[in-house]
Design a binder for this molecule. Structure first.
Ligand SMILES: [Zn+2]
Length: 161
C-alpha cells in the first residue's frame, strides 16, 4: 500500500502528544491510540540524542523495520510503499525524519527546560533553538535568573563573614 507522507511538524506533534515521556513529565495523559504511543516512544530518542551517527542508526533501523521502498505511480509521481499496512505511519514518520535530517542536519532536539520532555524541529535562521515553546523558554530563563540571584546572595553573605 502507498505510504501517506508526513510533514516533520506532524512527527513532532505525534511524539509530543502520544509519547510516554513528554506526557509524563508534563502530567498529561497521552492521546488515545496505543500503537501511536509505541511509535512516539520509538521516535523520541531520535530527538533526544545529539550524536549524528546514533540518529542515523535509529532512523535507518525504523526504515528497515517498515520495509518501505520507492515506487513510481501510474501518473509518474514518486511514491513510497509498504507491504504491511500497519507499518504505514511508522514509514511516513521515518521518511519525514530522513528527509528533514538530510536537508537540515542537526536541526531537531529535546526541549532544554528540565520540566519538559517535548521535542522540536529547529527552523530558526540561526539554528540555535533550544526550547519546544516560548512558555518553556521563559520558565527556564526565570529559573536561571533566580539561581543567579541566589548565588549572588550567598556570595555577598560570605563577604560579610
Ligand atoms: Zn518545552
Amino acid at each position: 500500500m502507498d505510504v501517506v507522507t508526513m510533514e516533520i511538524t506532524e512527527v513532532v506533534t505525534l511524539v509530543n502528544e502520544w509519547g510516554t515521556e513528554p506526557c509524563r513529565v508534563d502530567g498529561r495523559a497521552p492521546r488515545p491510540g496505543p500503537e501511536l504511543t509505541t511509535l512516539a516512544d520509538e521516535l523520541h530518542p531520535i530527538f533526544v540524542t545529539t550524536d549524528p551517527a546514533t540518529r542515523a542508526r535509529l532512523v535507518t533501523g525504523l526504515l528497515r523495520l517498515t520495509g518501505v521502498r520507492p515506487e513510481l505511480s501510474p501518473e509518474q509521481a514518486p511514491t513510497w510503499s509498504v507491504d504491511d499496512p500497519t507499518q504505514s505511519t511508522r514509514a511516513a514518520a521515518a521518511l519525514a525524519l530522513r528527509h528533514h535530517l538530510t536537508e537540515h542536519p542537526g536541526r531537531l532536539g529535546l526541549c532544554a527546560d528540565d520540566q519538559c520532555a517535548d521535542v522540536y524541529v529547529d527552523a530558526s535562521p540561526a539554528g540555535k533553538r533550544r526550547f519546544c515553546c516560548l512558555t518553556c523558554q521563559n520558565r527556564a530563563r526565570a529559573a536561571a535568573f533566580r539561581r543567579r540571584k541566589a548565588q549572588l546572595g550567598e556570595t555577598s553573605r560570605d563577604q560579610l563573614r
